[in-house]
Design a protein around this ligand. Structure first.
Ligand code: PLP
Length: 322
């Protein structure tokens, strides 16, 4: 296995997360399907943002920051996990959340409060507005003697992207020990950092694998993912991965954070067959999109399928399945 030098990480999650073979589902769909349980990463209800935060918050600490500012939708998993991780490191989290979606005290908003975050709703449709507010807030905090670290949407910066490059290193080691070859890596995509990390990590540690980003929002995700992967490669001093190894699919359905009727039976199926919870915003859509692709024969070549469970269960307590 190739050695690469990663920047410093702050340990926050319990890694490696389990890599589980889905016996019932594999038999039912006629294909070996594995699931990488990053929903069981040991912080809050789990989730993909913790791997990114291990790199991002290591940098925040190295810069002497005592405050972390980030953003997302009202029910952002990323914001909640940032609050959880910041609290553990003794930092104040300030969440500038878009005043859109479920804003009652449900789901992740309950957890944001539990983790001691300061939540401010911003009435805008544009993350540019929020970014401007975050910059002003950082300056104000500086005048009061604080030092703030800004984490953009989803933690999807080049540094955050390294979380899943490292995650593929972990997966490759586990798969080798279990004696199988991952041929396809599938994840939900909302801001691109997870897919970009998988894509970069696969190029180094699982060069035969194809990465499938299943988009749960509208946006130029192919370009975003390629750009993030190239910038993250620069941080590691390795060449950017081959674009041919990345497939980008859309499974937005009726809209971002809107539950899709066709996904609900599949969310129920995985819960009942394997005991695993998917959420209607991210993992339920990615899982359903993956099964569509499977039925279309998109995974007929190469080795086994690995679905990255990226967390998100709190949404089940904020909204109903369609
Ligand atoms: C943020 C998130 C994603 C998407 O990951 P990105 O790196 O932002 O593309 C997927 N699943 C869940 C549960 C998330 O919270």
């Amino acid at each position: 296995m190739q050695t690469l030098t990663f920047p410093p990480r702050q340990s926050l999650g319990l890694y490696p997360t389990p890599l589980q073979h889905l016996d019932t589902i594999s038999a039912r769909y006629g294909r070996d399907i594995w699931i990488k349980r990053d929903d069981l990463c040991g912080v809050a209800l789990g989730g993909n943002k913790v791997r990114k935060l291990e790199f991002l918050l290591a940098q925040a600490k190295a810069q002497g920051c005592d405050t972390v500012i980030t953003t997302g939708g009202a029910q952002s998993n990323h914001a909640m996990l940032t609050a959880a991780c910041a609290a553990r490191l003794g930092m104040q989290a300030i969440l500038l959340l878009k005043a859109r979606g479920v804003m009652e005290r449900r789901g992740n908003l309950v957890l944001d409060d539990l983790y001691g975050a300061r939540v401010r709703f911003v009435d805008t449709d544009s993350y540019d507005d929020i970014h401007a507010q975050a910059q002003q807030l950082s300056l104000d905090l500086e005048k009061q003697g604080h030092r703030a670290f800004w984490i953009p949407l989803g933690g999807s910066t080049p540094l955050g992207t390294l979380g899943y490059a490292e995650g593929v290193r972990e997966l490759a080691e586990q798969a080798q020990a279990l004696g199988f070859r991952p041929g396809h890596l599938v994840c939900a995509t909302g801001s691109g950092g997870t897919a970009a990390g998988l894509f970069l990590g696969a190029s180094r540690f699982l060069p035969e694998a194809q990465v499938h980003a299943v988009c749960v929002d509208h946006g130029p995700f192919r370009q975003i993912t390629l750009d993030l992967a190239a910038q993250a490669s620069d941080l590691l001093g390795c060449p950017a991965p081959d674009p041919a190894a990345l497939t980008v699919e859309s499974h937005v359905g009726p809209g971002y954070a809107v539950s899709a009727p066709e996904d609900s039976p599949r969310i129920r199926e995985l819960a009942q067959a394997e005991g695993i919870l998917l959420d209607p915003v991210y993992t339920g859509k990615a899982w359903s999109g993956m099964l569509d692709l499977l039925e279309q024969g998109a995974f007929d070549d190469r080795g086994d399928l690995v679905f990255f469970h990226t967390g998100g269960a709190a949404a089940l307590f904020a909204m109903d399945l369609a």
